[in-house]
Design a protein around this ligand. Structure first.
Ligand code: NAD
Ligand code: MG
Length: 299
């Protein structure tokens, strides 16, 4: 919404309305197309300027939410894109593929469960086949199931969360490395939870803190090879993660209140952070975490 004094200015607090979501539940991983309201991926707003011309990107979880907004933005910036998603998410993936195609770029969707290590390696091989190479890896797929009491958080869930959020990140990164030449980059997805864990997201928050740490170590290790590694740490963003047991009912109905701006973020507001970190404009940036979280301060 433009400010009344200067129409060129957008007030970040009122740029998007509060979501005020009605209580809703879907089985994991949830379909974004069935959410109320449907998140904004920047379909109508993101304008590219050739910042990723000729680049080849793999985005895990690129069917919906943050990953989908990143996929649309990357395509509009000139990149060819593979989006990976779970089987069953084809409907959301088709929406994103349509927009990649509208941008005049090559888009491919690969259905894969990345909790399987061998599948992570296959995903990278199929991506390289589809795109003829790979120079941007966005590890974005994530699992988040809120459990109030530690007694009810079973070891299987703890392990499953780490498999998707951390181990798959490592396996996909390892598989991608032989293809990443100087100038290539990795952008990982952490969370505000890495700094201030919600008490009902012990496994999730710990995995996100680990992603931050892993990314920084890897950034230093890969610096001599000219490969940059950075992280985006989103705050509360309205996505399918929340409606598939990611938050409690109480948190869902107060989802807008979990940040300084007192409104949830939209996936569209995350995309340009990934574009910047992936682009050559970030040539002197590696080992950084960029918070996009509605004004909350992190260490
Ligand atoms: P989302 O549900 O739209 O996207 C997550 C995607 O992860 C799913 O679409 C699914 O395709 C993928 N995924 C999950 N398990 C998988 C598996 N086993 N194999 C393959 N793919 C799998 O939700 P989102 O909020 O856009 O999530 C994107 C990332 O952002 C996640 O890493 C999440 O932790 C992170 N994040 C989100 C928020 C938020 O408030 N939405 C805040 C901080 C961090
Ligand atoms: Mg999805």
């Amino acid at each position: 919404m433009p400010s009344s004094e200067n129409p060129a200015l957008e007030d970040p607090i009122t740029k998007y309305a509060r979501v005020e979501p009605p209580l809703q539940h879907q089985p994991e991983p949830g379909l974004q197309s069935r959410m109320t309201p449907v998140p904004d991926l920047g379909e109508q707003s993101y304008v590219g300027s050739g910042r990723l011309e000729g680049r080849k990107a793999l985005i895990t979880g690129g069917d919906s939410g943050i990953g989908a907004a990143v996929a649309i933005a990357f395509a509009r910036e000139g990149a060819d894109v593979v989006i990976a998603h779970l089987p069953g998410e084809e409907e959301d993936a088709a929406h994103v593929l349509g927009l990649i195609s509208d941008a005049g770029r090559l888009g491919t969707a690969i259905a894969v469960d990345i909790s399987d290590r061998a599948a992570c390696h296959r995903l990278v091989a199929e991506t390289v086949d589809a795109l003829g190479g790979l120079d941007i890896l966005v590890n974005n797929a994530g699992k988040q199931i809120a459990i109030a009491r530690v007694e009810d958080l079973d070891e299987d869930q703890f392990e499953a969360t780490f498999r998707v959020n951390l181990f798959a990140n490592f396996a996909i990164t390892k598989a991608a490395l032989p293809h990443l030449q100087p100038g290539s980059c990795i952008v990982n997805t952490a969370s505000f939870e890495a700094y201030e864990p919600s008490p009902d997201r012990l496994d999730y928050a710990a995995s996100k803190a680990a992603i931050n740490n892993l990314s920084k170590g890897l950034a230093v290790q890969l610096a001599p090879r000219g490969i940059r590694v950075n992280v985006v740490a989103p705050g509360p963003v309205w996505t399918a993660l929340q409606v598939s047991d990611g938050v409690s009912d109480e948190q869902m109905t107060h989802f807008d209140d979990e940040n300084t701006y007192q409104r949830a973020g939209q996936p569209a507001e995350l995309a340009s952070a990934y574009v910047y970190l992936a682009s050559a404009e970030a040539s002197y940036v590696s080992g950084s975490t960029l918070s996009v979280n509605g004004g909350m301060v992190t260490p």
